[in-house]
Design a protein around this ligand. Structure first.
Ligand code: FE2
Ligand code: FE2
Ligand code: FE2
Length: 182
């Protein structure tokens, strides 16, 4: 694999891994703040980020060894509203800047696997940003997000509230590939 695409995959793995952990921590904070549905949303989306990290890691299967990994790392443990704002900013960065740039490089280098992994991720991040935005609105109005079942595709990280479509709209996986956060 070309060096730049491997470096981008490692960087994306770093970013997704940290997002996964950050969302678990912010989810615990949301529970403590009395917003259990927001806590569940953080855990479900955190799981989607874990799926993205796993996809990037698998693409790097032949690139073993130790590397320093630069990745954007959002910090701050504030109120649940602050944490949701941090989550929205991170999702927007990935949707608008990071993944589009990585996808262009992977296309130029004809790295199909990297393209696919980045495409799966960026498609889910846009949905995450919208879900967090809705949750922040509720929290800023002083109420919980009042969400139904949240379901996450184990193949691509697609995240949906409510019913699962027959096939995942991003990767085409069947219903049994979804994990439910109820
Ligand atoms: Fe992600
Ligand atoms: Fe995301
Ligand atoms: Fe999927």
């Amino acid at each position: 694999m070309h060096d730049v695409s491997s470096a981008n995959l490692r960087s994306a793995f770093g970013g997704e891994s940290m997002a996964h952990m950050r969302y678990l921590i912010w989810g615990e904070k949301a529970d403590r703040d009395g917003f259990p549905d927001v806590g569940r949303l953080f855990r479900a989306i955190g799981h989607a980020e874990r799926v993205h990290a796993g996809n990037h890691f698998a693409e790097l299967r032949d690139q073993g060894g130790d590397f320093l990994v630069p990745a954007m790392a959002g910090f701050g443990l504030g109120t649940t509203s602050d944490n949701l704002a941090g989550a929205i900013a991170g999702e927007n960065f990935e949707t608008e800047e990071m993944y589009p740039a990585y996808i262009e490089v992977a296309k130029t280098q004809q790295e199909k696997g990297a393209q696919r992994s980045f495409h799966f991720a960026v498609s889910a991040e846009a949905i995450h940003a919208a879900m967090y935005q809705k949750a922040k609105q509720a929290v800023d109005d002083g109420r919980d997000a009042e969400l139904g079942r949240i379901q996450v595709c184990e193949v691509c990280g697609y995240t949906v509230e409510g019913e699962i479509p027959d096939r995942c709209p991003i990767c085409g996986a069947k219903k049994d590939k979804f994990q439910t956060f109820a």
